[in-house]
Design a protein around this ligand. Structure first.
Ligand code: FAD
Length: 382
């Protein structure tokens, strides 16, 4: 058994950390204040290879393992949690495309994602269907030219205002998951209108509702086979949930590190506050829980790389890590006291930002449903 990263993984982590400190960290708070997606962020992430991690090398990507994608999310999450959305979204979307699209489609779509020039998003959620995504209603009707046209609304879409292209799940058949197909859609088409959310956190990434009013989709923009879009897309979520976990833990670890430094430096009643067990013990508990959650996330990704079943571990990562990160960041804020509560400090922004991923990509309840199925059997947790 070996608990450490190998030399290549360590070197990669250090390289990403250097990039994140130099290129991302200076914008974390100003991008939040601007509340607008900065296009250069995607280009910088692309130049660093971070939007092409799961894309084959011959198409401009890194062909990286799932563990490497997780390491990238954790390191970036320490410095700019919001930039991890570009890793999470591109890893999820390119994995769906690599597994399901034809070689020709991959050649057309993936290089732009790898370079950061094409910002993609994934459109599943609708006003009436979130957790129960298999009931989605957005309709794809067949056109005379063999393609389709999309009619309906998607909502709560990460990067919905900024994205150029989207994987859109739409109903092409009867009810349930088997009636859903996945399409690669040009969001600059004039039939697509967008409206922005005014969110609590991750304001530099943003969410939006997208209205498709007869949006044309060419025949060769169907991803995989008709009726198989739901299952093939959901398979990708398994491992992206562990990447999300590590992104959240990165933000939590940065906050814990800041709280520890504060506990060493801040003096009260003639002593550094870290000398009081009331201050030190919550930080000791946070460090312990972070280590545990990190192992769960990395195991899920390692299992994915080995071709082993990993959906229970990924669900554990998704249920535990975002919730834990919220708790740890909150504790760090309290440790830093009134200074932590100021918007000048990053810790409050991290708290706002991380809460979003307690919901996005599936809530804790849904993750626990997946875990329960694995523990008890499908007949007990349908
Ligand atoms: C930051 C963020 C980013 C997002 N990005 C995207 C994106 O890029 N693309 C996209 O398509 N969607 C995105 N979403 C939407 C997200 O996937 C949904 O919000 C999520 O699936 C939950 O759906 P809902 O919010 O409609 O909640 P609902 O499904 O209405 O659920 C409401 C509450 O009921 C609980 N609940 C529902 N069913 C059950 C059950 N069977 N058992 C127990 N509890 C249950 C839920 O856990 C939740 O607490 C994003 C959301 C957020 C917050």
């Amino acid at each position: 058994m070996d608990y450490g990263f190998d030399d290549d993984q360590q070197a990669f982590a250090q390289e990403v950390r250097r990039f994140a400190v130099k290129t991302l960290a200076p914008h974390y708070q100003s991008d939040d204040k601007a509340a607008e997606f900065r296009r250069q962020l995607a280009l910088d992430m692309g130049a660093m290879g971070l939007t092409g991690l799961r894309i084959p090398e011959e198409l401009g990507g890194q062909a990286a393992t799932a563990v490497i994608a997780g390491i990238a999310a954790e390191e970036v999450g320490r410095e700019d949690f919001n930039a991890t959305y570009l890793i999470i979204n591109t890893a999820l979307i390119s994995d769906i495309i690599v597994r399901n699209a034809t070689a020709e489609q991959q050649r057309a779509w993936l290089p732009g994602i790898a370079s950061g020039e094409t910002v993609p998003c994934i459109c599943i959620t609708e006003p009436g269907h979130g957790t129960d995504a298999a009931s989605l209603e957005l309709k794809a009707t067949a056109s005379a030219d063999g393609g389709w046209s999309l009619h309906g609304e998607k909502t709560s879409i990460t990067l919905g205002m900024a994205a150029d292209r989207a994987v859109v799940l739409a109903r092409t058949g009867g009810p349930g998951a088997r009636g859903v197909s996945a399409f690669w859609v040009d969001l600059h088409d004039p039939t697509v209108t967008r409206s922005a959310f005014d969110d609590l956190g991750s304001r530099a990434i943003g969410r939006a509702s997208l209205h498709f009013d007869g949006t044309p989709v060419a025949q060769d923009h169907l991803i995989g086979r008709e009726g198989e879009g739901f299952v093939s897309t959901m398979q990708g979520f398994d491992y992206s949930r562990a990447i999300i976990g590590l992104a959240c833990l990165g933000a939590a670890q940065a906050s814990l590190d800041e709280a520890l430094q504060w506990a060493r430096d801040r003096v009260a009643f003639g002593q550094p506050i870290g000398a009081f067990q009331g201050v030190a013990f919550p930080l000791a508990e946070a460090a312990t829980h972070l280590k545990g959650a990190r192992h769960v996330c990395l195991e899920a990704l390692w299992r994915k790389d080995q071709g082993l079943e990993h959906s229970a571990e990924a669900a554990m990562a998704k249920y535990w890590a975002p919730r834990l990160a919220v708790d740890v960041i909150h504790q760090a804020l309290l440790t830093i006291g009134h200074v932590g509560y100021s918007t000048e400090h990053k810790v409050g922004q991290r708290l706002r930002d991380v809460i979003g991923l307690e919901i996005g990509d599936g809530t804790a309840q849904v993750s626990k449903l997946v875990i329960s199925r694995h523990l008890l059997g499908r007949q007990y947790a349908p």
